[in-house]
Structures are given as C-alpha cells and as structure tokens.
Design a protein around this ligand. Structure first.
Ligand SMILES: [Zn+2]
Length: 250
C-alpha cells in the first residue's frame, strides 16, 4: 500500500519537475589590459559564477549537454555551461584557475590561425590547449580563421570555391585541432555568432554534434542542437544581470 502510494507520489513529482533549461554563457577575456566590452575582471567572473551557484544553478559539462541532446538524458532544470571564445591566453592563465578552484567545467572555442600565432598576439599556444584538453576542458572549434561564415571573402568568386572555403572553416578546423590535441572535436561556436543555411549545412556535414550561436536566449529540450543559444557576457553585466538572463524563458 505504502509502496504504491510512494510510486504514485514519485510519478506526480516527476511530471511536475521543472523542464530542463540550459543557459550557455559566452565569455572572452579576463583582466585584459585594453578596454573592450568583452573584457571582464576576474573578480566579476567570480561574482557571476558564485551568484549562479548560490541561486541554485548547476554547472554542467559539455558531455552532459551532448548526452541531453543526443541520448535523451536529463539535465538539472537550471543548468549552466560556461564557454570562452577565441582561445585568449588570459582564459588559460586567469579564467581556468578560477573555474578549477570552483569546480566548474570549462569549454574553450579556438581557431587554428590564432593558436598558431600564440602568446605574441595574446592567444594560447598549442601546448596550453593540450594542457586544457588533457585536464578535461572541452576544446571546440571556432572556424579556421574566425570568418563571417555567411559572407565569403571577396577573393572567392565561384560557388565551388565557397564550398571549399566553408569546408576548410568547418571540417578543416575540426581535423586540424584534433591532430594537434589527439582528441575528438565535436563542438563548434560560430565566429561572431553568425550562421547561414549553407554554413550550417557544412557544419553538419563536417560531423559536429553541437554548434553554438550568440542569440542571448536560453535552451530547452526542443532547441536544435546545431543552433544552441548562448548569452554573451559583457563588462557591464552585474551578477543580477547574469541571473536575470539565466532565468529568461523567452
Ligand atoms: Zn570569436
């Protein structure tokens, strides 16, 4: 009798559970010496992440997000994925230690032309990326040259050339990074958050499992896993701004 009652109550509780809402934050620089709206202070980063945790949000790994969309696994109702774009050196030297100390999973979206130049232009180098990957940080692609994917360079004249260019920016970036870190690359963030049907098809064809825009929205079970929404964080964002954005269901 009691067992049956417990079963009924459990089923009711499950059906009433809040649907999964996934917030994906997009950061760039931490404590970067030049004025830039995408440069936040390391104290600001700590404040944002602490506020989310105190408010009951759960930081999740890219693996959990992948299982949610590909295998139907569950995610906590207020899940947060923290991503850093461009492979900036300060994301390695300053942001990563903060996330590590707070036990928050990290994702970095990098592009080969930046990482090949490395520290002299303020980017990570391949040994930094390798350290991150081996430590369990998700390394995703961000194009090969960080182009505007919907707008091919003017030097490209024919349809066939556009396809070759798009293949390099999607499949080419994936393969190049995989060879440098000896690890699968299955995620890609659109440079500048911009995408077109043609470039989206190239991303799908390249075999990416998850791809990310910067729409400012949150995600749920029905969001297209190749158009996952991210929220750009800028230097005017307070902890309450970040909480408001993370709670937004529109
Ligand atoms: Zn970028």
């Amino acid at each position: 009798m009691f067992r049956r009652l417990f079963l009924v109550l459990s089923l009711v509780a499950t059906s009433m559970a809040a649907p999964s809402r996934l917030t994906i934050l997009c950061y760039h620089h931490v404590d970067y010496p030049r004025a830039n709206p995408y440069n936040i202070s390391s104290q600001q980063l700590k404040t944002h992440l602490s506020a989310l945790r105190s408010a009951g949000f759960t930081f999740v790994t890219m693996g959990s997000v992948r299982r949610f969309y590909q295998q139907g696994a569950s995610l906590p109702s207020g899940s947060v994925l923290v991503t850093f774009d461009d492979g900036n050196h300060d994301a390695y030297t300053l942001a990563w230690p903060i996330l590590k100390a707070m036990r928050i999973p990290m994702t970095v979206f990098i592009y080969p032309t930046a990482i090949c130049v490395g520290h002299k232009r303020g980017f990570m180098d391949w040994s930094d990326v390798l350290v991150l990957s081996r430590a369990g940080v998700e390394v995703g692609a961000h194009g090969f040259d960080h182009p505007y994917l919907p707008y091919p360079p003017k030097s490209i004249a024919t349809e066939a050339q556009i396809d070759v260019w798009l293949k390099r920016e999607t499949q080419g970036a994936k393969t190049y990074i995989e060879q440098r870190i000896s690890h699968d690359v299955t995620t890609m963030a659109f440079p500048f958050g911009l995408i077109s049907p043609r470039s989206s098809a190239a991303i799908k064809k390249a075999g990416y499992q998850l791809a990310f825009n910067i729409s400012g929205k949150n995600n749920n079970r029905s969001t297209d896993s190749l158009h996952l929404n991210r929220i750009m964080i800028v230097n005017t964002d307070t902890a309450s701004d970040v909480l408001r954005k993370a709670r937004n269901d529109k």
